[in-house]
Design a protein around this ligand. Sequence first.
Ligand code: SAM
Length: 250
Amino acid sequence: MKVDYWDRLAAEFSENVFEVTERDVHGVIRKTAKRLGNKRLTAIDFGCGAGASTRAIAPFFKHVLGVDFSEKLLSVAREKTHADNIDYRKADLTKKNPGFARCDVAFCFNVLLSADNRVRHLIAANVVQAVRSGGAAVFIVPSIESELRSYQVALACQTRDGFRRDAAAKETDARARRDVISLSQGVIDLGGAPTKHFFQDEIAELLTDCGLTDIVVSRVRYPWDIVLDDAPDAMPHDQPWDWIAVGKKA
Ligand SMILES: C[S@@+](CC[C@H](N)C(=O)[O-])C[C@H]1O[C@@H](n2cnc3c(N)ncnc32)[C@H](O)[C@@H]1O
């Protein structure tokens, strides 16, 4: 996903791109920002997109800098932002030493999406590097477990709707084969974009490699309609999720 991909989405970003802070059913993201923040601390929101995540965390900090490599998205973010403790800045997080003043808390929500392992590692390392010693970093990444579970839930819905289980399973398996680009690398086609999905211990391992300690990985839950068209209001299954990983910088 190069910068042109994100530039093209900028005009209708909120309609076309899933903004985690807008669909977090239990308010886990704001609770995490509140727990880690206070009005003497600074934060950076890495890969801020149209700024929804930046605006969600800003009330808990003295100052938040939103960083993205898409100038078009930064323009949208600036237009939508009225808080006076937020600024935006352009930077490519795959470049070494992007030169930020260090922050107390770094946020990086759904940015480690590239199918390329080296790109993900560079971005994660730069984010952790930008945190001052004693600070914290928070990452949100897609979950491969959630993605695989959603195929089972789709099958359960179809059988409840009266479809024969073996026929429904065949169709669901065919869809999974189309979507999964690489199971061993956790890369899934999301609307035409090959998108990295992480196992729970895999994201903890990456962040440990990048210098975080005391990492706790938990779930941010979303409504079923993000993965299933026509999902009924009441579903007898736990909702889909991303991983939220919080770690300390020693
Ligand atoms: C899925 S959006 C997430 C936006 C926002 N964090 C949110 O949760 O609403 C991913 C963002 O990461 C940005 N991004 C991806 N690769 C980047 C890079 N190498 N440097 C800076 N920003 C990057 C994209 O431009 C896009 O705005």
